[in-house]
Write a protein that binds this ligand. Structure first.
Ligand code: FPP
Length: 253
């Protein structure tokens, strides 16, 4: 039996894990290498992490690969990240498709060059009927921009104010149809959301690890999932074990 099956049997596996991949620059600096080499190493890590979460029964895995704020980095670094996405799609999507995984994109395609846009839309089209884990790539993504886009569309189609509720707003976000993330992981020790899934992560558990993204591996996946299992999620209410007489006392015997 694989680790995934054990975890699934143990229950309480997040339906959707979203990852803020941080620390490529620090990983490179520690080795006297360029930031671009750090991003290269970070990109190479993505394959084993997709496999690792798929094997553990996760339904949806989101990577924050390029934020709307990342355009402010030096042009050379921005170009390298654009190039890496093109390369990773070229290299990996065939295999993801063979494994039955589905690729989706979060964010705006508009500012990307035509070649990258085509690679993204082609990989979405190729894998759209697959029923395995969904891999969402947040690239040129920012949560505030996403919410603004959703509001504009809601206005454009003329939905009356009284009909706008939380479910409707969710259905106009880039994540429409995906479950909200249960677990947000951020590597490299930072404790910020950095404009990532602000609406969807309202009740997500946040897990931060000092591990730098290129070093994040199967043991880190297990640690994050183990920590998630230990959390008691309340969604603003009370945990069932805190509901007074509603839950029978558990005997230690
Ligand atoms: C943060 O590291 C990481 C990013 C800005 C981008 C994450 C991108 C990748 C892992 C590679 C690209 C992935 C795809 C799918 C194209 P940082 O540069 O902020 O690290 P630092 O904080 O240590 O400087």
């Amino acid at each position: 039996m694989g680790a995934g099956e054990r975890n699934t049997e143990a229950g309480n596996v997040p339906a959707h894990v979203a990852i803020i991949m941080d620390g490529n620059g620090r990983w490179a600096r520690a080795r006297g290498r360029s930031r671009q080499e750090g991003h290269q190493a970070g990109t190479e890590n993505i394959r084993q992490i997709i496999r690792g979460f798929a094997d553990r029964g996760i339904g949806c895995l989101t990577f924050y690969a390029f934020s709307t704020e990342n355009w402010n980095r030096p042009g050379e670094e921005v170009d390298a990240l654009m190039h890496l996405l093109g390369e990773v799609i070229e290299r990996e999507v065939g295999e993801l498709h063979r494994q039955g995984l589905r690729v989706v994109h979060l964010g705006s395609l508009e500012e990307l060059n035509a070649d990258l846009r085509k690679r993204i839309t082609d990989s979405i089209a190729l894998t759209e009927s697959n029923t395995g884990m969904t891999v969402a790539i947040a690239f040129n993504y920012g949560a505030r921009a996403e919410i603004v886009r959703a509001l504009r569309r809601i206005m454009e189609v003329g939905i009356p104010a009284g009909q706008i509720d939380e479910a409707l707003v969710s259905s106009y976000l880039d994540t429409a149809g995906l479950p909200d993330p249960d677990l947000v992981i951020r590597t490299a020790g930072e404790l910020r959301l950095s404009n990532f899934l602000l609406w969807q992560a309202a009740y997500a558990e946040f897990y931060s690890t000092p591990t730098l993204w290129p070093d994040f591996g199967p043991n880190d996946i297990d640690e994050a999932l183990e920590e998630y299992r230990r959390r008691r999620r309340r969604f603003g209410g009370l945990h069932p074990s805190e509901m007074g007489g509603a839950v029978p006392a558990v005997s230690e015997a």
